[in-house]
Design a protein. Structure first.
Length: 363
């Protein structure tokens, strides 16, 4: 009996930013190590041979970004369907929101969140309309949507009324704990793109108060791509605030960082702060808990869903409350240890075995 053939489209990995990039890596690793013996997984590309190219996606020039979109369209709508026919594929998984319009294989599309529709002003109008239209065109009534949480499922249901939507928690096994090389942990860390909904200015303002009141030599690390589809509005506001308050030596913005650099910062961080106004999941939260870094995050539904009582919550967009929670964590080693213990237990379920088995139930 022929095995069921499942094809995973990895083209977007070339330019994927932190969250989507991690999702693709975990999906590939999970299917290779824990996939069913009754399923043959076929990968469009070899991740080890792909050079991550941020030039196209984060170029300041619109023409460069549209050149990538043209290449992406040719792959998604012409080359990919041909490959699916040649390989006699039963199911195609598209982890990047978009599926080929003409496709005779069963389509499973990963739509990570509803943020395009919920916060339309956060995205350039032409690009948003183009992208959301492609998402809709790639789905038919038999297509299945996977999303990253129950919270995201609730947000997507009014948009995709004809499609079944399944929440599947992704895994986080990309990192391992290492001994710190520093004399004490001195970093306060955030990893993520410089988007408006990340609310990084609230974190910076709370950090400034920590520096002033506690007289500590901590560094705030804001790691992640600073240009999003050519937009650097958030970066400019942050740079202006840093200049006005003379925080040049206290705030590090290394841009997009690779796995080794991210691991270094996690392992040398006093705490991880996640001030987002909204998220579809929040993989850095899981990474921090796994690496025994205590977490403070905004009190929003998705963080309650995935972290429960293993983190400290503050009122979103409230710098004073965040400052008080950060101060509390700095001054209490017992609280930090308690959070680390709870976090280690909480993240055990976010593993590759559960990830791929939950997906295979959908086939």
């Amino acid at each position: 009996m022929r095995k069921k053939r499942v094809y995973i489209d990895l083209f977007y990995y070339k330019t994927a930013l932190s969250g989507l990039k991690t999702y693709i890596e975990e999906l590939v690793s999970a299917s290779k190590t824990h996939g069913s013996d009754e399923i043959e997984y076929i990968f469009s590309h070899d991740l080890k041979k792909i050079t991550n190219n941020q030039f196209f996606i984060n170029s300041k020039f619109r023409i460069i970004r549209w050149i990538f979109q043209l290449r992406y369209l040719v792959w998604k709508q012409i080359i990919l369907p041909i490959k699916l026919l040649i390989n006699k594929v039963d199911i195609v998984i598209c982890p990047d929101y978009i599926a080929p319009i003409i496709c005779y294989s069963k389509k499973i599309v990963v739509i990570h969140d509803n943020l395009f529709w919920k916060y339309p002003k956060n995205y350039p109008r032409i690009w948003r309309n183009y992208y959301t239209k492609l998402i809709q065109l790639g789905l038919n009534s038999k297509s299945i949507i996977i999303t990253t949480s129950n919270y995201s499922k609730i947000g997507l249901q009014p948009i995709f009324k004809k499609n079944k939507i399944y929440p599947v928690y992704q895994s986080s096994e990309n990192f391992s704990i290492q001994q710190t090389n520093e004399n004490g942990k001195k970093y306060i860390l955030h990893v993520g793109t410089f988007e408006k909904r990340k609310d990084l200015l609230t974190l910076i303002k709370a950090f400034k108060k920590i520096k002033e009141e506690l007289k500590v030599d901590y560094k705030l690390v804001l790691a992640g791509s600073t240009y999003i589809n050519g937009d650097n509005e958030v970066l400019l506001k942050i740079e202006k605030y840093i200049m006005e308050h003379n925080l040049f030596d206290s705030i590090l913005m290394p841009g997009y960082i690779n796995k080794n650099k991210a691991l270094y910062f996690y392992n040398n961080s006093l705490m991880y702060v996640f001030p987002s106004i909204d998220e579809g999941f929040g993989i850095p939260l899981i990474e921090a808990l796994k690496l025994k870094v205590p977490v403070i995050c905004s009190d929003i539904p998705i963080f309650r869903e995935i972290a429960d009582d293993s983190v400290i919550y503050f009122k979103k967009n409230n710098e004073e409350d965040l400052f008080q929670k950060m101060k509390q964590l700095v001054q209490s080693e017992g609280l930090s240890s308690k959070l680390v213990s709870k976090g280690i237990e909480k993240v055990k379920k976010y593993n590759r075995y559960n990830f791929i088995k939950d997906i295979e139930k959908i086939y």
